[in-house]
Design a protein around this ligand. Structure first.
Ligand SMILES: [Zn+2]
Length: 377
């Protein structure tokens, strides 16, 4: 029989550390179409009620979608509308389930990322796409280890459209940009979020310096020179940046190969980042949620090298030194047990994606997506 692990209400004293003694009582059933009769419980401390479903990844859902299948199809270039046709539901329902997979994935990645033992160099580059219109290009920052190709994190920056334009395009641009406020130094801020993460989670010691490989964008140099990773260096905490000219061939021997590989994979596997199609991101927060699901799938599910014999199923995470048993256990849990935000210590870069927060040029401020209250539980 199911035993509630803790009180699901974040304000209750039994939310974090419930006693060994029974702290709840049965509180009848409620009938649902999707799950039949669901047992309800009442907390002895706060008096509030909850159900077995509260702890399931399908909480509040009115029908069940196979999350593993959705994750796999979304990582295999299927567009949002194609997914809604496949699962016979609305695009909003697919977005809702994508968000759940992303939040479960953030919880898993947060737990496992800290256990990576690799000392490899970290490649960083921006994937250029756009949201809503090509007049609002996005620069999606991605950090990835150079050999094992284990993706650390993703960040988002909206930039102004640049490059040559026809006269009518310039008129259209001026009309769209009227009243907008673009974020200043957005790409610099985006790179800094990754530096913060590496400073907090990556072990830097004598003999194992942190090596960052980027292209020659001056924003990366400026951000790095201002960051504590650069400023607080001493003999035991070395951090260097290697700049690779973008004119170098994108071959395996290019030091930025991991970033170039990831760029190619995302363009191939994520319908909304393909070039010259009708599939594109309509919403920054939704697109970042979906990208995070892809990152988790890439790190913990996808085989590292497809050309290896079929019995070799190692993932990028295992190549980065993570335990395969722990990875399998958490991947199982990810599709069953709901992760609670209040039980996690999310890095700022991940919290932005969990809370669907992004900078909006229309308002000139950070905007949080409309999330149901339970997503903050
Ligand atoms: Zn309670």
């Amino acid at each position: 029989m199911f035993t509630p692990p803790f009180c699901p209400y974040a304000a209750c004293s039994l939310h974090v550390d419930p006693p060994v003694q029974k702290w709840w009582s049965l509180d009848g059933f409620h009938a649902t179409k999707a799950f039949g009769n669901v047992q309800r419980y009442q907390c002895h401390s706060c008096g509030r009620t909850f159900s077995e479903q509260t702890f399931s990844v399908h909480y509040y859902a009115k029908f069940v979608i196979d999350f593993r299948r959705l994750e796999w199809l979304a990582a295999s270039s299927m567009s949002l509308r194609a997914l809604s046709r496949e699962f016979r539901c609305t695009c909003d329902s697919v977005t809702n389930r994508n968000d759940r997979i992303a939040r479960q994935g953030i919880a898993l990645h947060t737990t496992l990322r800290r256990t990576a033992t690799t000392n490899e160099a970290v490649c960083f580059d921006g994937l250029v796409s756009f949201d809503r219109s090509q007049y609002f290009p996005s620069d999606i920052g991605l950090s990835i280890t150079s050999k094992s190709r284990y993706i650390y994190a993703a960040s988002h920056a909206t930039t102004r459209r640049s490059g040559s334009m026809r006269d009518e395009q310039k008129v259209r641009r001026d009309s769209l940009y009227e009243g907008t406020h673009f974020e200043r130094k957005a790409v610099e801020r985006s790179f800094t979020e990754h530096l913060d993460l590496l400073a907090d989670e990556r072990t830097i010691a004598k003999g194992t310096p942190l090596v960052l490989i980027t292209d020659e964008k001056k924003e990366y140099v400026r951000a790095f020179r201002k960051h504590r990773l650069y400023l607080n260096q001493d003999e035991d905490h070395r951090c260097v940046q290697i700049q690779v000219p973008s004119t170098w061939k994108r071959t395996f021997s290019n030091p930025l190969f991991a970033s170039n590989y990831l760029d190619r994979e995302i363009r191939k596997d994520q319908a909304n980042h393909r070039r010259e199609t009708t599939c594109y991101s309509r919403n920054v927060a939704n697109s970042m949620s979906r990208l995070y699901s892809y990152i988790v799938w890439h790190n913990y599910q996808k085989r590292y090298l497809i050309k290896k014999p079929v019995h070799m199923k190692a993932t990028a995470a295992e190549k980065a030194g993570l335990s395969s048993d722990e990875q399998s256990r958490l991947r199982q849990n990810m599709f069953v047990q709901r992760s609670f935000l209040s039980h996690l210590h999310l890095a700022a870069i991940d919290f932005k994606i969990w809370s669907k927060t992004a900078f909006s040029p229309q308002t000139g401020t950070l905007v949080s997506g409309t999330l149901p209250a339970f997503a903050f539980g």
